[in-house]
Design a binder for this molecule. Structure first.
Ligand SMILES: [Zn+2]
Length: 234
């Protein structure tokens, strides 16, 4: 399997790794900074270099043999055993980290059940299980106030036993953690949000930057889809 370096440090932009397997679409390595598609966050893209070769990584997915780095069609796949330098398309990934953290903030303001979500480098959305009208103005100012407050963002791991011994922790969570999969990774924005999450986030809410609320769509009687965009681009 692949050691997920991004889980301990989301700010790592590159690493050296050894190729452990070749798959239909690409290759697996012993460790990586590339985040695989999951939890609404897209898989990373970037570059793999070895010997005098360079290949583009188009996408990253979880596979049975580890984290699969999907090679752009027509580019070379590094052979098993070779040492590769893996470098992220950092601009795209950092946008995902800002957006992902912004969705945690949005979920802390609109305290409804979340039925879906999606992140991209330019816009993101959450689907809320509610019939209520969402007031764009007040949500927007609450969101940007959380950004301006520059709250620290932490990840920590907790065992199921610790979780059972701290029932108040579960009560404060916006999403119930999955059980039976070993230790649980929690994302905490102190006093704002606490929930199980495996994605990549910025270190403090100030790094999210200005956020603009886009369309609020009515997707069924009990579903409000809230779209967000970076405030510095249109
Ligand atoms: Zn998250």
């Amino acid at each position: 399997m692949t050691t997920a370096l991004f889980r301990e440090d989301a700010y790592l932009q590159s690493c050296t790794a050894v190729v452990t397997a070749i798959t239909e679409q690409g290759f697996c390595v012993d460790k990586t900074v590339f985040y695989p598609l999951g939890g609404g966050q897209p898989g990373d893209s970037g570059l793999a270099s070895w010997d005098d070769k360079k290949s583009r990584i188009a996408d990253t997915r979880n596979g049975p043999e580890g984290i699969v780095h999907i090679v752009e069609a027509g580019d070379d796949v590094p052979p098993v055993g070779s040492a590769v330098e893996l470098a992220l398309d950092w601009e795209r990934r950092f946008a995902h980290m800002r957006m992902h953290t912004a969705l945690h903030l949005l979920g802390s303001i609109l305290k409804y059940g979340v039925t879906g979500g999606n992140i991209s480098a330019t816009k993101s959305r959450l689907d809320f299980d509610t019939e209520d009208t969402v007031d764009k103005e007040s949500v927007s100012s609450a969101l940007n106030a959380l950004v301006a407050a520059n709250h620290p963002v932490h990840c920590r791991w907790i065992s199921e036993q610790e979780l059972d011994e701290n029932p108040t922790l579960v009560r404060t969570m916006s999403v119930q953690p999955p059980r039976g999969k070993g230790d649980i990774r929690l994302l905490e924005i102190a006093g704002v949000d606490l929930q199980p999450c495996g994605g990549t986030h910025v270190r403090s809410t100030g790094e999210v930057g200005a956020i603009r609320i886009g369309k609020v769509e009515k997707k069924g009687r009990r579903n409000r889809r809230v779209n967000i965009h970076f405030g510095d681009k249109h």
